[in-house]
Design a protein around this ligand. Structure first.
Ligand code: NAD
Length: 274
């Protein structure tokens, strides 16, 4: 069965739209440089804001901007009426990503990557959760796929996907194994997975011989090759072995966008508590 992220995300967007349409919320996206993939992702966020009647403010900064200047902009946004602030990754190497993320007021941190939000997630306390990880959990919930007691294997350990989804799963009582580029014999782990989550950015890394019959497969990967999108999972070979599987595109991508919408509303609510 296909896990239809596109359909579920449309349902979520409608719910969020009803809540935020008249609230005059705003999203500030900080882009440093002119990365082509970033331009595509920023356009998606702009479209999202149009749908939700959220003001979209794009701060496109020079590739060589100093860290001091970036921090100064964030200080201004922290103090003004902006609802959500998002640092579009990647940023140039001369800038300290974590330092900049930590400067964002955690109540405006719609990416959930500020240390306060990261700590809340690790401690299983309420906070803003990184969009892709949140989207995966929402999709599993919507299809009534229980994770408690399941063997879940996460392939990828990035701060933005692998680590937050591993923590969310632990918080929901799954038994979590995290694999990464230094893992020896990846198939040994993946074959044992009731639920397999691939977030590596390696086209078709996961093949049919690496998957247990009846497993749930979540493919986070977006690999653009010759203008075509591929996941980390060999969908065609695995779709008949798995019980549930996400397509690429139309799976976790739209769920990530829907989670950003939810995070914007959550950020607004958090700021009302001030
Ligand atoms: P990343 O490059 O930061 O991390 C990749 C991870 O994969 C690393 O932890 C690395 O150790 C692991 N890895 C790489 N090669 C491996 C291998 N051969 N075997 C096992 N592990 C391996 O990437 P990321 O930001 O976490 O993104 C991962 C993928 O997910 C990318 O394709 C990215 O485009 C996609 N992504 C999609 C969405 C979405 O909305 N669908 C959101 C974020 C990222």
């Amino acid at each position: 069965m296909i896990l239809d992220g596109k359909k579920i995300s449309e349902e979520i967007l409608l719910e969020v739209k009803n809540k935020v349409y008249d609230l005059h919320l705003s999203l500030a996206v900080i882009q440093i440089g002119n990365d082509q993939s970033s331009n595509v992702y920023i356009n998606q966020k702009k479209k999202l804001c149009n749908i939700l009647n959220i003001a979209f403010i794009h701060h496109k900064l020079d590739l060589n901007i100093s860290e001091k200047e970036v921090l100064k902009l964030i200080d201004v946004l922290n103090e003004d009426q902006t609802t959500g602030i998002l640092l579009q990754l990647p940023i140039p190497n001369h800038l300290d990503t974590k330092k900049i993320q930590n400067r964002i007021n955690y109540k405006k941190d719609v990416d959930g990557l500020n240390n306060i939000n990261v700590c809340n997630l690790i401690n299983n306390k309420p906070g803003i959760i990184p969009c892709t990880a949140k989207g995966i959990m929402t999709l599993l919930n919507k299809y009534n796929i229980k994770v408690a007691g399941k063997n879940v294997v996460v392939v990828g350990r990035s701060n933005i996907v692998g680590k937050p989804i591993s923590n969310l799963l632990l918080n929901s009582d799954a038994t979590v194994t995290v694999c990464h580029s230094k893992t020896k014999n990846l198939a040994y782990f993946t074959k044992n997975a009731d639920i397999l989550i691939a977030a590596t950015g390696k086209k078709h890394l996961i093949t049919n011989s690496m998957v247990k019959e009846g497993a749930v497969i979540i493919d986070v990967g977006i690999n653009k090759i010759d203008n075509k999108l591929y996941g980390d999972v060999d969908f065609e070979k695995i779709k008949n072995i798995s019980s549930y599987i996400t397509p690429v595109p139309g799976g976790i991508g739209p769920m990530t966008i829907a989670s950003l919408a939810e995070n914007l509303y959550d950020a607004y609510i958090l700021q009302q508590e001030d």
